[in-house]
Design a binder for this molecule. Structure first.
Ligand SMILES: NC(=O)c1ccc[n+]([C@@H]2O[C@H](COP(=O)([O-])OP(=O)(O)OC[C@H]3O[C@@H](n4cnc5c(N)ncnc54)[C@H](O)[C@@H]3O)[C@@H](O)[C@H]2O)c1
Length: 350
């Protein structure tokens, strides 16, 4: 086995998180050799035995590394990729890889030219809630599906740190949007027909803190991705609707159920229910025994699985799992989201 000798550039929040995750691997698999940050304060708690540098240039020159993990703010990613690739280092870049598709194409070009591995840390593909719903999707557990909803609501409306500055790649589309779109594109195995989106600055002046994105796939499924940082009813929820049931999740832990009806496709006689909003024959509470709850599938995943796959790819045992062409598609969807939100029109895609 070849050892990944890693240097992290940008030892802030995510640099620290990644170092913790990497510490769960053996030194033979992946060894954190060095960290670099322009702010000396960030280097003070570098793990014991890990070299510290004040810049990427110094780290690339002096540290015995073969791979760089880029965890600096978004606009610096291109420069970091170019510098690392040009001295032959393999690259794991934090998301969003680039500020635009054009920037990303330059990254792909320089990494191809230098024949180095290039991948992006889209580790939310291994989130438990997502993986359960992907399992429901892959196994067609609710039959032929027509809708998938991915919802993320928070209460901490103000963005933190550099996330409030558009020129720093701030805003929620760059922050969580890139993960939520990546999850959906890696679940639904179809080309996209069109994209419609609403994006807003609810309480943040300069960057988006709310979006609602509708992705209409050519296989007939519509995915809705809604995020609000100032929703004041925090939740992470999923819904998949199919012709043989509904699947729902409430929370990052993946708590939820599959619901089916005992009378599928039977002509159930209309039962009039009186509600506060008047009588209804279709939308009152279900009669006892009509709805059946089933458990969601079990999954055994963790975000560190991203690195398990990277180690295999580094050793030639499998292909890179987060592929540049997938990352490019997500960034293209983000462009379409912005275009649709600005014009108020749906954007044709693929
Ligand atoms: N994969 C994920 O789930 C996830 C989660 C959070 C953040 N991120 C991404 O990680 C990146 C960093 O975000 P963060 O929240 O850790 O930010 P942060 O501000 O906490 O950390 C960034 C660090 O980079 C350093 N830095 C800035 N410019 C530098 C330069 N030119 N050279 C060396 N160091 C420099 C800063 O001093 C800081 O310590 C962003 O791209 C962000 O989108 C990814």
């Amino acid at each position: 086995m070849k050892t990944i000798k890693l240097g992290i550039v940008g030892f802030g929040f995510m640099g620290h998180c990644d170092a913790e995750s990497l510490a769960t691997f053996s030194d033979d698999e992946i060894k954190l050799v060095a960290v670099a940050d322009t702010n000396p304060e960030q280097l003070k708690d570098a793990p014991e035995g890990v070299e510290t540098y004040g810049s990427i240039e110094e780290m690339l020159e002096k540290a015995d590394i073969n791979t760089v993990m880029i965890s600096t703010p978004n606009p610096s990613h291109l420069e970091m990729v170019e510098k690392s690739a040009n001295v032959g280092k393999h690259i794991i870049c934090e998301k969003p890889a680039a500020m635009s598709v054009e920037q990303f194409d330059r990254m792909v070009e320089v990494t191809k030219k230098n024949n180095v591995l290039f991948t992006v840390h889209q580790q939310r593909r291994w989130d438990k809630d997502y993986r359960i719903m992907k399992e429901v999707y892959d196994r067609k557990m609710v039959g032929d599906m027509y809708v998938i909803k991915s919802q993320l609501y928070g209460f901490n409306g103000n963005m933190h740190d550099w996330h409030v500055f558009p020129e720093m790649g701030g805003g929620m589309l760059y922050d969580w949007g890139v993960h939520l779109i990546d999850q959906i594109l890696n679940m639904v195995d179809s080309k996209i027909d069109s994209i419609f989106a609403d994006m807003r600055n609810v309480i943040n002046e300069k960057v988006d803190d709310y979006f609602n994105i509708l992705i209409k796939f050519k296989n007939g499924i519509t995915a809705e991705i809604e995020l609000g940082t100032y929703y004041l009813t925090p939740k992470r929820a999923w819904f998949i609707g199919g012709n043989k049931g509904s699947a729902l999740i409430d929370g990052f832990d993946g708590e939820g159920k599959i619901v089916r009806t005992a009378h599928l496709l039977e002509n159930v006689p209309g039962k009039i229910t009186m509600t506060a909003a008047g009588p209804t024959r279709s939308f009152g509470p279900a009669a006892p025994g009509l709805l059946i709850d089933e458990p969601l599938p079990e999954v055994n995943v963790a975000q560190r699985d991203y690195f398990v796959h990277f180690i295999k790819a580094f050793n030639g045992e499998e292909e890179i799992i987060v592929k540049p062409e997938q990352v490019r598609r997500v960034l293209s969807v983000m462009d379409a989201v912005r275009k649709s939100a600005a014009s108020g029109e749906a954007v044709k895609f693929e």
